[in-house]
Design a protein around this ligand. Structure first.
Ligand code: 1CP
Length: 343
């Protein structure tokens, strides 16, 4: 039996009722997650513990009638797998040993990836055993540009100054880093598929920091190279891209050129604009504002109805425009899923 999510991505016809899942659906807004997170000691320990990672992956599906589970892991598992030092500091976010110069790349160990990331594949196997057949299991990775920003900045950034300076100073070095990340990411996605993922998503959360030629080189090209490798080995597995905040012709080119089956739309693009920019052969995913999900009530109901109406007639997966935030009341998530399911 094919699950509604896979069916929507493969058939491209507008579903009667869109399948629904929520980016970052496992996480800090759920008290049961916080309990397991405390037991694990650190975020990285949780990611590296297959039994606990499987448990938190399944937690949101016990509460809500979601159509998919997304494996609990992080986009920074790739730098970790390549041998970069990665920690998550409470209240501050991720901290990575910085890459300042292409000479630093010799510290990266491409061949280590599969072994270091084995706990992720073991967790997928455990989730798959417990997931009913009508639910999809989503594997994921960060796209190279987004992951490279963390590797070069040494953590989160909103301006990407160091990354942009690195690109300007060492364009060939940046290309080398992209090539390393393309290989590692394709291998990581294929290993997740082997372990049981039915669908994979590539998060390019900071794609919107680039436009034009830079967008083509650092966003479209690496996503396309990864998807070509995935499709060659696993042609039946749908791929969802998420070039967050990509606009205009950049978004259209991304959709036409990368080979994706579905595309995530952020909350700042209206469904009408998204429908005009994305060809009908591609499923649209999104795009409720995470802040409206925090607010709940009538504002949330109106936003859900406008989203359903806005994507009507198109192949659509219901989701947020970005990840759920920690202050979200779980009851609002329950209300969202119920409203989409009874639409
Ligand atoms: O201590 C904690 O619990 C830390 C919070 C947390 C969680 C729950 C982090 C730290 N990562 C995660 C899990 C995670 N990350 C998932 C799990 C599966 C699910 O969706 O339920 C996923 C898909 C991610 C992906 C991820 N990590 C992205 C891409 C999506 C997005 O939100 O844009 C990014 C950018 C990261 C990096 C990251 N991980 C964590 C933090 C604090 C950050 C930095 C975010 C930033 O720079 O703003």
């Amino acid at each position: 039996m094919t699950s509604p999510l896979v069916q929507t991505l493969l058939q491209k016809n507008a579903p009667q009722q869109p399948p629904v899942w929520i980016m970052r659906q496992a996480g800090r807004y759920l008290p049961e997650y916080l309990k397991v997170r405390a037991e694990a000691g650190s975020f990285m320990n949780l990611c590296r513990n297959p039994a606990l990672a499987a448990e938190v992956t399944l937690q949101p599906l016990r509460r809500f009638n979601l159509d998919a589970a997304i494996i609990f892991s992080d986009i920074l598992m790739i730098p970790y797998g390549l041998g970069q030092h990665v920690t998550f500091v409470e209240g501050e976010g991720p901290k990575l040993s910085r890459l300042d110069h292409p000479n630093d790349f010799h510290f990266l160990k491409p061949l280590k990836t599969a072994q270091a990331l084995q706990p992720v594949y073991d967790a997928l196997g455990l989730v798959k055993e417990k997931l009913s057949e009508n639910k999809s299991l989503i594997g994921f990775a960060g796209a190279p540009w987004t992951v490279a920003t963390y590797m070069i900045e040494g953590g989160s950034s909103r301006t990407f100054e160091k990354t942009k300076a690195f690109v300007a100073a060492f364009p060939e070095g940046m290309q080398t880093l992209m090539d390393i990340l393309v290989e590692a990411t394709a291998a990581h996605l294929l290993a997740q598929i082997q372990a049981g993922a039915d669908v994979v998503q590539l998060f390019d959360s900071w794609a919107g920091a680039l436009t034009g030629d830079d967008f083509a080189r650092w966003v479209i090209a690496p996503n396309k190279a990864i998807i070509a490798r995935v499709k060659q080995a696993a042609p039946h597995v749908p791929v969802i891209g998420f070039p967050r905040k990509a606009r205009g012709a950049d978004l259209t080119h991304y959709c036409v050129q990368t080979g994706i089956d579905g595309v995530g739309i952020d909350e700042d693009l209206s469904p009408a604009e998204a429908c005009a920019l994305v060809p009908p052969s591609i499923t649209l995913q999104g795009n409720i504002s995470p802040q409206v999900l925090v607010a709940g009530g009538a504002a949330l109901e109106q936003a859900i109805d406008a989203c359903l109406e806005g994507f009507k007639g198109r192949s659509h997966i219901f989701n947020l425009g970005h990840g759920v935030v920690p202050q979200t009341p779980p009851d609002n998530v329950a209300a969202l899923v119920a409203r989409v399911k009874f639409s």
